[in-house]
Design a protein around this ligand. Structure first.
Ligand SMILES: [Fe+2]
Ligand SMILES: [Fe+2]
Length: 272
């Protein structure tokens, strides 16, 4: 798959993507992981995504604790699918408005296609992790299902509107969320290294996806690698030109609305 460009080959992708799976395996090597991760470690998002991102991480730590756990991952993965779905929905909305602009239509279709691949990947995470969590500990409905669903609802609309107003903000919010997810999985591997190597992972969903980890350490390392790919891809997908065009368009719309309102007020004053 050509993640960045227009030359993607398959119309419908239902399982693991071959190119991303190959990258995932490469990232098992600490040297390759450091080289892939390092250049974007110091990336600084804008204020608005930083405020939203800090709020999400703060609430997550408050409700599920600072340290990683099966149930914290379950909640994280319920929420993690949402930005990709919001981008796909926003691309659909924008295509309704700009279908006659072929260049824009192509770009938005690539956004929708990558979003589908990434949301399938996050779906695999939440399905498999919820099965693993079930074997470890009982999950209360309110704390472990209702609360993450409310977070997901909030996150969807924040991400959707940010994408419509300024896509960069939405990508940067995802960068922060995925950075947190990567750090949590990395810490989990560090804390439970030996233990995870003695735990099996059996899942029909994972087999359908195309992954065959030999134990849970192998599985969680692959999820950690997915998150750093999602983090980096969020920044690679930022199109500064498109962002600036969107801002110019919104300014023109705002000026038009203000102009119409002023005319209406003036007409009302003259008629009174
Ligand atoms: Fe995930
Ligand atoms: Fe992710």
């Amino acid at each position: 798959m050509d993640v960045l460009g227009a030359g993607t080959s398959s119309m419908e992708l239902i399982a693991g993507d071959k190119e991303l799976e190959a990258l995932n395996i490469q990232l098992n090597d600490p040297t390759q992981l450091a080289a892939y991760k390092g250049p974007l470690d110091t990336y600084r998002p804008h204020l608005l995504p930083r405020v939203f991102g800090s709020f999400l991480v703060f609430c997550g730590n408050l409700v599920y604790g600072r340290e990683p756990s099966y149930l914290k991952f379950r909640a994280v993965e319920i929420i993690a699918r949402v930005p990709y779905h919001s981008w796909s929905s926003a691309a659909f909305t924008l295509l309704t408005l700009f279908f006659s602009n072929e260049k824009k239509a192509l770009r938005l279709s690539n956004v929708a296609r990558y979003s589908r691949i990434a949301s399938d990947n996050e779906t695999m995470h939440v399905v498999v992790i919820s099965q693993l969590a079930r074997k470890e500990v009982k999950a209360g409905y309110v704390r472990h299902t209702l609360v993450p669903m409310l977070f997901a609802f909030f996150y969807f609309w924040a991400s959707y509107w940010m994408y419509l107003i300024r896509p960069r903000w939405s990508y940067e919010l995802n960068y922060l969320f995925e950075s947190h997810a990567f750090a949590q999985y990395d810490r989990f591997l560090e804390l439970h290294d030996e233990e995870l190597r003695h735990k099996a992972v059996e899942s029909d969903f994972l087999a359908w996806y195309g992954r065959t980890p030999i134990h849970q350490y192998d599985f969680f390392r692959s999820v950690r690698n997915d998150e750093i790919v999602h983090r980096n891809q969020s920044i690679h997908d930022i199109d500064e030109e498109a962002d600036l065009r969107r801002i110019r368009l919104l300014k023109r719309i705002a000026l038009f609305v203000v102009g119409v309102l002023l005319v209406l007020v003036a007409a009302a004053v003259l008629l009174v």
